[in-house]
Design a binder for this molecule. Structure first.
Ligand code: FES
Ligand SMILES: [Fe+2]
Length: 359
């Protein structure tokens, strides 16, 4: 087997391991009276609110395989559009309109998935025992904060590539020149990181352009840069919480959750939070984040391979600037080993330990 084949196999295994974690599939506010179709790890799912609680089922009626997301909600049950079978919140069929006097077969039951609302998002886990909890998002539901939902956007890239991009500090002066960083100051800021129970905590004290915050957070408008504390928590494997401390106990940040639609398609849910300018319109904050993300999208979609390589020797690294990325890749591979069933486990571990350092 060639190195390329081995690596592709490893990336596929990392992707398969994502089934064991919670991922967002929709904003809570998008799940109202109608069922909605979503896709997570190549699995078609219908998300529906029954009796006030969100549920996730395989988007497939066991009668003739029609999509349940084409149906509707009636008396807290989901009804299939094709022949009208009804299913309750546990996915059990309660009604077959074409033969009302016959016993309903026990097999007339939907495949259900773990589904929870948290932080303004609907989270689903495809396996019955999730690894790690749902990433916390304390600012959501805190009346001191304004939380803005950014419309989800799909990128043609692996989900881990998307997350690595968000915590890559060295790209900021290049891709976001004049908005967050400057090509005149290309050095990656000094930062530290530590692995905690379910996340990598990274922090630094450095200067950044404050494009969106200048007007509203009492900063000096003649100098849009501000040196401040930044904190990131990468909740494994695909959610990042980032917070910036502004003067006067003001905080600004994002929750970025990359949902793996398929191996090379990622839907990102982003929630922007601030505890200042609460009365200001949200649209400029939303527009700004979408503009920045679009700059990232063009680069991340160009990366090959589309997925983050599990082989640390497959790309070149810079010890200081890329240390977060390296720690992230190592942990992804470790999680894959823990969740996969042996097989190529040892080969991949050996293959992954040697880094390839440019400096
Ligand atoms: S396919 Fe759903 S009721 Fe027949
Ligand atoms: Fe970026």
């Amino acid at each position: 087997m060639t190195d390329t084949q081995l690596s592709a196999e490893g990336e596929a295994e990392v992707y398969q391991s994502f089934r064991h974690f919670w991922h967002p599939v929709a904003y809570s506010s998008d799940v109202e009276s109608l069922p909605i179709a979503v896709r997570l790890c190549d699995t078609d799912i219908v998300v529906v609110r029954l009796g006030g609680r969100v549920r996730a089922f395989a988007d497939l009626c066991p009668h003739r395989g029609a999509r349940l997301s084409l149906g509707w909600v009636e008396e807290d049950q989901i009804r299939c559009a094709y022949h009208g079978w009804s299913y309750d919140g546990d996915g059990i069929c309660t009604l077959i309109p074409s033969c009302l006097d016959q016993r309903i077969p026990a097999k007339a039951r939907l495949r259900s998935y773990l589904c929870v609302e948290s932080g303004g998002l609907v989270w689903v886990c495809l396996e019955d025992v999730p690894q790690f909890g749902i990433p916390p998002f304390q600012e959501h539901g805190d009346s001191a904060y304004r939380v803005v939902q950014i419309p989800p956007v799909d990128w043609n890239a692996g989900a881990a590539r998307r997350i690595e991009n968000f915590v890559d500090l060295a790209h900021i002066p290049w891709i976001h020149d004049g908005q967050l960083g400057s090509r005149d100051r290309p050095e990656a800021p000094v930062h530290d990181l530590v692995r905690e129970a379910d996340n990598i905590h990274m922090w630094g004290h450095f200067s950044e352009i404050q494009s969106i915050k200048t007007d509203s957070s009492q900063l000096d408008e003649s100098d849009p840069t501000l040196t401040s504390n930044h904190n990131w928590r990468v909740y494994m494997p695909l959610t990042v919480w980032w917070q910036q401390s502004l003067p006067g106990d003001q905080f600004f940040g994002l929750l970025v959750a990359a949902s793996p639609v398929s191996q090379n398609v990622t839907r990102t849910f982003m929630l922007n939070f601030r505890n200042f300018a609460l009365e200001d319109p949200d649209a400029p904050f939303c527009r700004f984040q979408m503009e920045i993300a679009e700059q990232d999208r063009q680069i991340v979609e160009s990366q090959r391979p589309e997925e983050l390589p599990v082989d640390l020797a497959a790309e070149l690294h810079v010890r200081t600037a890329d240390k977060m990325s390296l720690e992230y890749r190592r942990w992804l591979v470790e999680l894959k080993h823990e969740l996969s069933d042996g097989g190529s486990k040892n080969r991949l571990r050996i293959h992954s330990e040697a880094g390839n350092y440019a400096t």
